[in-house]
Design a protein around this ligand. Structure first.
Ligand code: HEC
Length: 102
């Protein structure tokens, strides 16, 4: 195989595999379907103890969600919700909320 073909094959493989890339759109869909019921999108529902997530640091949000998932951070509600999230879901939803204006 000459170098040019090898290189273009590599490029194609890279372009064709976005499956593990963080997806803001995936995060947006999940936030709208699940998280927004309590946290809202920009503003949490009024008279409730739900911390706002918009514009927060993505690394912080990911850490918090992983801690809820492995129950090193306790919250009946969030332990239940984070329990079903994959690393990919967590990355997506954290990236989405972090990009929003608070
Ligand atoms: C049924 C209501 C409810 C839903 C739905 C919900 N949360 Fe929460 N969330 C809470 C509550 C209550 C807390 C505060 C828990 C605590 O005291 O640690 C919280 C806390 C958090 C925190 C920690 C914030 C901080 O300031 O440390 C993050 C991050 C979070 N939620 C993300 C999410 C994401 C992402 C989703 C959607 C996948 C979601 N939550 C869905 C109720 C909810």
């Amino acid at each position: 195989m000459n170098t040019r073909i090898a290189l273009s094959t590599l490029m194609l493989a890279l372009l064709a595999s976005p499956a593990h890339a963080t997806s803001i759109y995936g995060g947006q869909a999940r936030a709208a379907a699940v998280c927004s019921h309590c946290h809202g999108i920009n503003t949490p529902s009024a008279d409730a103890p739900f911390p706002p997530l918009a514009g927060r640091d993505a690394a912080y949000l990911q850490l918090a969600l992983k801690q809820y998932r492995d129950k090193t951070r306790q919250s009946d509600i969030m332990n239940a919700i984070a329990g079903s999230l994959t690393d990919q879901d967590i990355a997506n939803v954290a990236a989405y909320y972090a990009k929003l204006k608070p």
